[in-house]
Design a protein. Sequence first.
Length: 233
Amino acid sequence: MHALLPGPDLDDDTLISHYARPDRPTLRVSFVSSADGAMEIDGLSTALSGPDDKRVFGVLRMLADAVLVGAGTLRRENYRPIRLSPPRVEWRRAHGLPDFPTLVTVSRSLDLDPAMPALADAPVRPLILTPSPESRPDLSAVADIVRFHDHDLLPGVRARGLDHILCEGGPHLLGTLLAADAVDELCLTVAPVLAGAGASRIVTGPISAARRLRPAHVLRGGEHLMIRYVRAS
Ligand SMILES: NC(=O)c1ccc[n+]([C@@H]2O[C@H](COP(=O)([O-])OP(=O)(O)OC[C@H]3O[C@@H](n4cnc5c(N)ncnc54)[C@H](OP(=O)(O)O)[C@@H]3O)[C@@H](O)[C@H]2O)c1
């Protein structure tokens, strides 16, 4: 047993090294949860976040080829176009990456507004993954629509060379990914708040087998804990 706190302040380079891109294709999932396991307060994750959680969130986006998000979260959290600060764009260029990660969303209903800024103003043409055969020319004008079958979401993403995928939720999408045993990492921020009864967990949907993880690091930022879990072999 080890005492982890307090530790030294982390500069940006050290923080980035804690989340370095593995040398194989990876699906990394990022969530913030209350201390009692809730993933939202009043329907949004905003009240659970904090400045250092946002800093890690920015680092995770900077390191990703694609940001994967369920349509429910895209709609509810009013997603903005995925852009990065100039220093983060510089970092990507220096590491041979395109300026911005690609937004990838998943929808069965295709009930998405093509005018929503996350799609219409995206700096990189987004992907919409769907099992639906429906044709939506208005959505095709702003994004590539990619069909998938049998809950196997990722082949159409990987086929575009997007190897390092960051999933930002939400709980239904995580349920699908866990059912497919596709999760390689969970970057979980624990907020110092008890949300109380009624709020949902970070995962819902089909029953899946338990997946064992091991902690790769635990950081403290302000009053939040940031835990990076990786698959236990
Ligand atoms: N605490 C956190 O870090 C965090 C992170 C993300 C979200 N959240 C919270 O999560 C809540 C939203 O929950 P949610 O369950 O609606 O989120 P979600 O999982 O992002 O969205 C669910 C929707 O995504 C689509 N989808 C997911 N899996 C699919 C699959 N396998 N095949 C086809 N479509 C699929 C469907 O879209 P269609 O309905 O378009 O068919 C489904 O209704 C919000 O309150 C948000 O604040 C919290």
